[in-house]
Design a protein around this ligand. Structure first.
Ligand code: 13P
Length: 258
């Protein structure tokens, strides 16, 4: 964490809690977020819960994000949702390029860049995910993979260098495995991401928040967010139960006070 960047904790609910049961969790998170000044908190529930949650959270500190967006504004794209639709529903954030999208739904580096562009155009803040698989890490390709993924989207990010956005480093081997990256590995990847961006835009490198994602818990949040280049977390499994998410929020907030 660095005092020049406001920490951000986002919860990616994935394909869970898409109906009325989402309201209790979101209100609980909003209650905690209200106490924690200095921390940005975002939840990304399924599309089907967004409208109800936007009404529920209206005026509060908790921000809403979607988990995906289409790159086009409208048209014959059955089953897809545009950035304008997300804004109209109350979203201010959208996750793009999550490894599960890349792995199961064919999101390519260039499509991720188009999605980020569509988000900016609609005044939606993209949270761009990058990260290597276990095989890539074992082959020593981690930094090359990050470079390739960033390279595709960087022109779009630099063109909107002053707009709200975040990058999430999510090593695929750490997602849902209970095996989070250690602080040293996380910091190495985050510092690399920032340095790589600085090669094109020092302004963006200094201000962009780089979140860590992959098996974040209340027990490891402090060490991970204590790293100089880790500005927050993108949390999966531990974001869909208040008793797991609240300790992450509180640990992150405590760091802002120290
Ligand atoms: P877990 O926190 O469940 O490992 O998921 C991380 C993730 O994919 C967030 O986008």
């Amino acid at each position: 964490m660095n005092p020049s960047r406001r920490p951000l904790i986002a919860g990616n609910w994935k394909m869970n809690l898409g109906g009325p049961e989402s309201i209790g969790l979101a209100s609980g998170i909003a209650r905690v977020a209200r106490e924690l000044a200095g921390l940005d908190v975002v939840i990304c529930p399924p599309f089907t819960a967004l409208a109800a949650l936007a009404a529920e959270l209206d005026g509060g500190p908790l921000r809403l994000g979607a988990q995906n967006v289409h790159s086009k504004t409208s048209g014959a794209f059955t089953g897809e949702i545009s950035a304008d639709m997300l804004v109209a529903t109350g979203c201010t954030w959208v996750i793009v390029g999550h490894s599960e999208r890349r792995q199961f739904f064919g999101d390519t580096d260039s499509w991720v860049a188009e999605k980020a562009q569509a988000a900016f155009k609609a005044k939606l803040a993209p949270m761009v995910c990058v990260g290597e698989t276990e095989a890539q890490r074992e082959a020593g390709e981690t930094l090359a993979v990050l470079e390739r993924q960033l390279n595709a989207v960087l022109p779009v990010l630099v063109a909107h260098a002053r707009a709200p956005m975040a990058i999430a480093y999510e090593p695929v081997w750490a997602i849902g495995t209970g095996k989070a990256a250690g602080p040293a590995d996380a910091e190495e990847a985050h510092a690399f991401i920032r340095k790589y961006i600085a090669g094109t835009s020092e302004e963006l490198a200094a201000r962009v928040r780089v979140l860590y994602g992959g098996s974040v818990t209340g027990a490891n949040a402090r060490d991970l967010l204590g790293c100089a280049n880790v500005d927050g977390a993108l949390v999966g499994g531990a974001s869909i139960a208040i008793e797991k998410f609240e300790p992450i929020l509180r640990a992150s907030h405590a760091l802002t006070l120290s």
